[in-house]
Design a binder for this molecule. Sequence first.
Ligand SMILES: CC(C)(COP(=O)(O)OP(=O)(O)OC[C@H]1O[C@@H](n2cnc3c(N)ncnc32)[C@H](O)[C@@H]1OP(=O)(O)O)[C@@H](O)C(=O)NCCC(=O)NCCS
Length: 250
Amino acid sequence: MSADSPKLSPKVSTPSQGAFARVVEFAESEERNHATLPAALIDLRALLTKEAVSGDVQVWLAAVDEKEDAAMRGAGCEPYRDLWQLRVDLPITDEKDLVPTRPFVDGDAENFLAVNNRAFSWHPEQGGMTLADLRSAQQEPWFDADAFRIHEHDGQIAGFNWLKVHRRETGGSFDEPMGEIYVIAVDPDFHGLGLGSGLSRAGLHHLHGMGLARAMLYVESDNEAANRVYERIGFTRHQTNRAYRMTLSS
Ligand SMILES: CC(C)(COP(=O)(O)OP(=O)(O)OC[C@H]1O[C@@H](n2cnc3c(N)ncnc32)[C@H](O)[C@@H]1OP(=O)(O)O)[C@@H](O)C(=O)NCCC(=O)NCCS
């Protein structure tokens, strides 16, 4: 890399939980490619070593391509997790089996957290959600209780589809208005009964009703039940965000 090559500026943060000493995100940019990444990783190692960081660091590459992946591996970063971004056009072609949903109300908080934490007990970020986390999300400018869809069974939450809308006017980063299935889960007692599919469809129907022509979501590549549901609805993969483990010696 020549001296006047553009420098990459990844976002570095310290996670509040989990095994990683730091989380580093290399966003998509014109400057980021297989030729610029190796030098950026050398700079990153130097910076973290100077800050006396040791152990494992999680490094994310949004929309990774094969050449960048090879550059990451060549620089000693081990890929260990793929997050897929899937997209679908709205309305979905087949709107059958929508399950009834209603907006989230404040009295749902405890029941929602219990279902979320049971369904996502295995998930590194979404599991262990607290009331403070929920209240903080409710303060976000995008939060809309009407787009936080709840499905009840016998007066208890059996599943939910928490939707988000990205628009340029409110800081959205997509080129077009974009709906998102932000968090979706079904209580484990009700898995495999078609609720995940029905709730996804109901959420997409709701987003279309809000005037959106496109929707997206993020899903772990190995979340087989979720991927089965999304594939049947017509979602296709738009990009892969890959996490690498970079180990710093003490
Ligand atoms: C993903 C989730 C919402 C699906 O809910 P659900 O009510 O069980 O979904 P459905 O019954 O509508 O459909 C599940 C499908 O996955 C299939 N499936 C379930 N486990 C599977 C596995 N291990 N491998 C492959 N397919 C699997 C089922 O056979 C079914 O497909 P089918 O209709 O073709 O038979 C639910 O598993 C869940 O809450 N998971 C935890 C939270 C989560 O992962 N959310 C998604 C984040 S992106």
